[in-house]
Design a protein around this ligand. Structure first.
Ligand code: DQA
Length: 170
């Protein structure tokens, strides 16, 4: 079912809105450690994810910050403005309890989040094997390169449609 199909939440359902959020150092995609992250820039990732969103009937808006506090503010600001989040937290995934709590707060309010890592974090240094943010997300995609964003967007839209449907049935 299309995430925006009438049967998902009634004929007047607004297109789902998704925040594509990137954390520290991901503004350097395409320049930074190309063997690990490839040559695609952040702008390319944002454009192709927004294009897939349009194909799927969704609106994707994009943000990036290198600062933990700014990321927390962006996550809080999804309340009342977005239906879901696709988030690559960068290295913050491995140790930021503050980001974890921010995500837990908004997912608890019905805004699902899918975590993305371009690289396979489990095939890398031990400190990358832990994600403190993934347990409060719907799921995590890792090691699929930038194709992982397509998987994450499809997954979060599917969850948004399921939750809309469940709310409409109440
Ligand atoms: C990353 C993996 C993290 O361990 C790393 O700190 C990043 C990028 C990824 O997309 O593979 O900045 O999130």
């Amino acid at each position: 079912m299309n995430a925006n199909s009438p049967s998902a939440a009634g004929p007047a359902a607004a297109p789902p809105r998704v925040l594509l959020l990137h954390g520290p150092n991901l503004n350097l995609l395409g320049e930074r450690d190309r063997d690990t992250y490839g040559s695609t820039t952040l702008k390319d990732v944002e454009e192709r994810t927004a294009a897939l969103g349009r194909e799927l009937g969704a609106e994707v808006r994009c943000a990036q910050s290198n600062s933990e506090g700014a990321l927390i503010d962006l996550i809080h600001a999804t309340r009342g403005s977005d239906d879901g989040i696709v988030f690559n937290p960068g290295a913050y995934a491995h140790y930021s309890y503050a980001l974890r709590d921010a995500l837990e707060a908004v997912t608890g309010l019905g805004i699902p989040c899918v975590e993305v890592h371009i690289s396979n974090v489990h095939a890398r240094e031990a400190f990358r094997h832990t994600s403190v943010t993934a347990p409060v997300c719907q799921g995590m995609v890792s090691g699929h390169g930038i194709f992982g964003y397509d998987l994450a967007l499809r997954s979060v839209l599917h969850r948004i449609a399921e939750w809309r449907e469940a709310r409409a049935a109440r």
